[in-house]
Write a protein that binds this ligand. Structure first.
Ligand code: GLU
Length: 505
């Protein structure tokens, strides 16, 4: 892609702080970040908070936290500052006023004094005539003197872009080539509202210019308004950034992923226990591909091989199942066990579990990893490792009933073991199965049910070894008491000490 006059690359993410950080923000930030890093440039976070009606005060912090979580740290932001501070548009109002005045002076913008009622009338009239512009540009005809005078007398006005009535505006989009829009279709957009606050159009252009943004990466939903921005660059006589309108992430119905309809919130993914590495890798594959077609790759590799040329425009369907598949891969095969355990801690904590010993936690995580795709699932499935008072599922109860005699025998066999490592436990069970001429499953299933209260759990020898001899025997004893009591109660009393034969041997 041609460099913007060989200036150092500057990209930016410019979210409006309106609520939950959206996955689209992560998607754009990923490409901004990657490209800036690859080119030795800068990535800026700017908060576009000029729409005060939709402003949500917590949202800025949530965006900053989300970028931190993702590891896409900006080089400049409202939090860390930088040479282009301030990074909140409402703190830059004087700048926009200065540039709006410049446009008024050069005749590229004009004041419009219509009241809301008049505007409504104009809109209706235009609609009746099949014109969708919303405003007919009538205030353009006001003389400079009248405009100045009415403004000086305190009459409310907005400042509008004076679009050329003829010709066309060309958006040179790096992904699409030249997109040509007839100027007759470009509205005289409001640049400055009557309260002196700029609209997005003026603020984004002024800020991208003064912050030296070379590549404006944003969603393709902004393409229809891009002519307003291109006309503004021309009016100011500024060099345009390279426009990159990225394909939108879609839901399964082919519609734009929306916070209201779909699971599109970064906070929600975090809560579900998606790890950021997996999310970024998955997002990277939406509309972009590695030259060698690899499915899994790190941010570092992506930085090495990234080019906007490999973006495809179809738009990708964001599929939670695929994201979970990526997540499982990262948990099982990419991140080391210690890291996964560390990341699992907040999920376990919020489930109320206390893991005590770090090695015990590592064992638990290790044995559950093949069975889970997210950290939240890991916490959900680990109950019996941290809670002795679990209940028995219906399936587990059936298994216990069918296997009472084996449980009693295993309690005896296992209590005799001096060492309780994998091979010892495995040998003891195999010997028992052989001596009784029964199938392995007939013994394993009741034991699994006794140790976990479920029938959906990891290998029973692993379970016994992780739980340790004392706990294994205690749980077998508990299951036997439950069976002996013959009660439908699925939360039997803990076995009394004397019944807990051999538990402490
Ligand atoms: N404030 C706009 C948004 O919320 C930024 C669009 C752009 O990047 O130009 O997405």
């Amino acid at each position: 892609m041609s460099q913007n006059n060989n200036k150092p690359v500057v990209t930016r993410i410019a979210p409006s702080p309106t609520g939950d950080p959206h996955v689209g923000t992560a998607y754009m930030s990923l490409f901004d970040y990657i490209y800036a890093k690859q080119q030795g440039g800068k990535f800026i976070l700017r908060i576009e908070d000029t729409d005060q009606k939709r402003y949500n005060p917590e949202s800025e912090k949530r965006v900053i936290d989300a970028l931190k979580w993702l590891g896409l740290s900006p080089d400049e932001s409202p939090e860390i500052g930088g040479p282009n501070a301030p990074y909140r548009q409402t703190e830059r109002l004087e700048l926009y006023q200065k540039y709006a005045q410049q446009l008024l002076d050069s005749g590229h913008a004009y004041r419009a004094f219509e009241t809301p009622e008049e505007l409504e009338q104009i809109r209706e009239d235009l609609q009746k005539r099949g014109l969708g512009q919303g405003y007919d540009g009538r205030a353009k005809a006001l003389s400079k003197e009248e405009s100045e005078q009415r403004a000086a007398s305190g009459e409310a006005f907005v400042i509008r872009l004076a679009t050329p009535g003829e010709g066309e505006t060309i958006i040179k989009d790096a992904l699409r080539g030249e997109v040509r829009i007839p100027n007759s279709e470009v509205p005289d957009a409001v640049l400055m509202k009557s309260d002196g606050i700029p609209t997005y159009h003026l603020a984004v252009v002024v800020d991208d210019h003064v912050m030296g943004v070379t590549h404006a990466v944003r969603g393709e939903e902004w393409l229809p308004t891009a002519p307003v921005h291109v006309l503004l660059y021309k009016a100011f006589g500024w060099e345009e950034p390279i426009w990159i309108h990225m394909p939108l992430l879609k839901n399964a119905d082919g519609k734009k992923l929306s916070k209201r309809r779909d699971d599109a919130s970064l906070d929600s993914y975090k809560k579900q226990g998606i790890v950021p590495e997996a999310l970024l890798n998955y997002l990277a594959t939406m509309g972009w591909s590695m030259p060698d077609g690899r499915e899994f790759f790190s941010l570092k590799d992506m930085t090495k091989f990234f080019s906007f040329e490999r973006i495809s425009l179809g738009g990708s369907v964001f599929d939670m199942k695929r994201l979970r598949h990526y997540n499982a891969h990262y948990l099982r095969d990419v991140l080391d066990l210690e890291t996964v355990a560390e990341r699992a801690k907040p999920y376990l904590k919020s489930a109320g579990y206390d893991w005590g010993d770090e090695d015990y936690l590592l064992d638990v995580v290790d044995v559950l990893l093949p069975r889970i795709e997210t950290l939240a699932e890991l916490a959900e499935q680990s109950d019996y490792f941290f809670n002795d008072d679990f209940s028995y599922s219906e399936d587990a109860k059936r298994r216990l009933e069918a296997g009472q005699k084996h449980l009693e025998a295993l309690e005896r066999e296992l209590s005799r073991l001096d060492f309780f490592d994998y091979d010892d436990v495995d040998d003891a069970m195999r010997e028992y199965v052989k001596s009784e001429s029964v199938k392995m499953g007939e013994v394993m299933m009741p034991l699994r049910a006794a140790l976990t209260g479920t029938t959906q759990a990891p290998g029973v020898t692993d379970l016994a070894v992780i739980l340790g001899k004392a706990k294994t025997l205690e749980r077998i004893g508990r299951a036997i008491s439950y069976l002996e009591a013959g009660l439908p109660d699925d939360k039997p009393q803990k076995p009394k000490k004397e019944e807990d034969a051999g538990a402490n041997t």
